[in-house]
Design a protein around this ligand. Structure first.
Ligand code: ATP
Length: 262
């Protein structure tokens, strides 16, 4: 994808949790520009600060220094411009699929009829027709994450921030969910920032993959994934795909070895 305007800018972001002897340096000098409607993956070894970076972008965690700018404003707190999806299922168990998806709209005071219409649109987009009135406990993990994606999209955010959203799913479901997310993104273009430690997942979906170092997380390398779209699973055996994968595996391996030796 040709990069359009910058929609989000991470400048000199550093994060230290705790103080003195208990201080943990999670992130060090992160600089990153994210293009409008770009699909960006953040890839790195466990504990390198990926979630911390995403939470800072989401406005859930404050950086120790540096700033994140979106739409000309510094991010200081969560906002309706940023929808988030986490690995753990975060649906409201007492609400049906439809009501979960409508939740943010109701908070905003959108009238009932319009809420229902919007929910129906996203239920269709994530393939959950017929499950409108089901409760989360009756859904599989993949279905719950589809509801979570639909719920985030229903608020029409500019950014969709996903933190290992398919991490708890089996391999087959995970692979189908990757295709579903790309499909949703192509039909409802947003800027996506997707955190994962899965090399194949990152290259399969993203326009660019930001590979992070082990803790403290820094940007080690940015891989431009120049593979045609739309993509489906066949591309995973393509020579170019395998070349990107080899490069990313090499980078992550270097970092994992470093982390083991410190
Ligand atoms: N609230 C917190 N208080 C103290 N330390 C924290 C906190 N959150 C994260 N950390 C530490 O910061 C470092 C980075 O954590 P983070 O969860 O951002 O990494 P990650 O790359 O997302 O890890 P994983 O892939 O294992 O989920 C880790 O050493 C972690 O223990």
């Amino acid at each position: 994808m040709a990069l359009t305007k910058t929609s989000l800018q991470v400048s000199g972001v550093t994060k230290t949790y705790g103080q003195d002897n208990n201080a943990v340096r999670a992130l060090e000098e992160i600089n990153l520009s994210v293009g409008e409607r770009e699909f960006l993956a953040i890839l790195g070894p466990s504990g390198c600060g990926k979630s911390t970076l995403l939470r800072i972008i989401g406005g859930l965690v404050e950086p120790s220094s540096g700033a994140v700018m979106a739409g000309g404003r510094e991010i200081k707190e969560p906002g309706a411009d940023r929808g988030m999806v986490f690995q753990s299922y975060t649906l409201f168990p007492w609400l049906t699929v439809e009501k979960n998806i409508e939740f943010g709209l109701k908070e905003k005071g959108v009238p009932a009829e319009q809420r229902k219409e919007t929910a129906a649109k996203y239920i269709d987009l994530v393939g959950l027709m017929g499950f409108e009135n089901s409760f989360p406990k009756a859904l599989s993990g993949g279905m719950k994450q589809r509801v979570a994606i639909a719920r985030a999209l229903a608020n029409d955010p500019e950014f969709l921030l996903l933190d290992e959203p398919f991490g708890a799913l089996d391999t087959q479901t995970r692979s189908l969910m990757q295709e579903l997310l790309m499909n949703v993104w192509e039909k409802s273009p947003k800027t996506i920032i997707f955190v994962t430690h899965d090399v194949e997942e990152a290259i399969f979906m993203a326009d660019r993959v930001v590979v992070m170092t082990s803790r403290p997380g820094r940007v080690k390398e940015v891989i431009n994934v120049d593979l045609p779209r739309p993509r489906d699973y066949h591309i995973k055996t393509d020579d170019m795909f395998l070349e990107y994968k080899r490069r990313a595996v090499e980078l992550i391996r270097e970092e994992s070895i470093k982390a083991m030796n410190t």
